[in-house]
Write a protein that binds this ligand. Sequence first.
Ligand SMILES: Nc1nc2c(c(=O)[nH]1)N[C@H]1C(S)=C(S)[C@@H](COP(=O)(O)O)O[C@H]1N2
Ligand SMILES: [Mo]
Length: 174
Amino acid sequence: MSMTAYRKPSIRAWAGACCVAFAAALAAAPAQATPLALDVTGQITQTTDAAHSVYHFSEAQLLSLPAHSISTATAWTKKSDFVGPSLADILKIVGARGQVVELHSFDDYTYAIPASDADRYGVILAYSMNGKRLQVSDFGPMFLIYPRDQYPDELSTAGATAKFVWQIKSLVIK
Ligand SMILES: Nc1nc2c(c(=O)[nH]1)N[C@H]1C(S)=C(S)[C@@H](COP(=O)(O)O)O[C@H]1N2
Ligand SMILES: [Mo]
């Protein structure tokens, strides 16, 4: 199956499943705001559901976490100010026990990073760029940002570029 064939049905399925939530969020939030949320599963000790399988971060909770900023260029954007919660705080809140963080995106991209990157680089889950909330059409609702400009040798390589996951919807701790 080609990447295109793989991605299209998934976006349709997601749009269908979330259309009620979308409508509610659009009614409640300022125009253009992209629904912001994050589900974390896997090796975690804290959960928010009855089955104790997932920690769901709502938009309100994500926006209430300490906002960290990283000013950097990425492979796609010129030097910009990215703001969002630190991955370290997210891992602490869910009681992450694993060594690997697998990121899943709305376009069905999956990439695994070492959990140690959270402290080593102060990685953030950015929800805004230069003061504007990231839209799904524009790397949103969350974009994993490393301080690429501060560590050009380590973070400008082709391998490191794959770590900049955009359209993040969930994490699996392994
Ligand atoms: N959401 C999402 N993030 C992603 C990807 C993707 O397909 N979807 N590709 C990753 C990989 S493997 C790399 S190398 C770069 C790809 O960027 P490019 O498509 O501009 O080459 O983004 C990374 N982040
Ligand atoms: Mo890649």
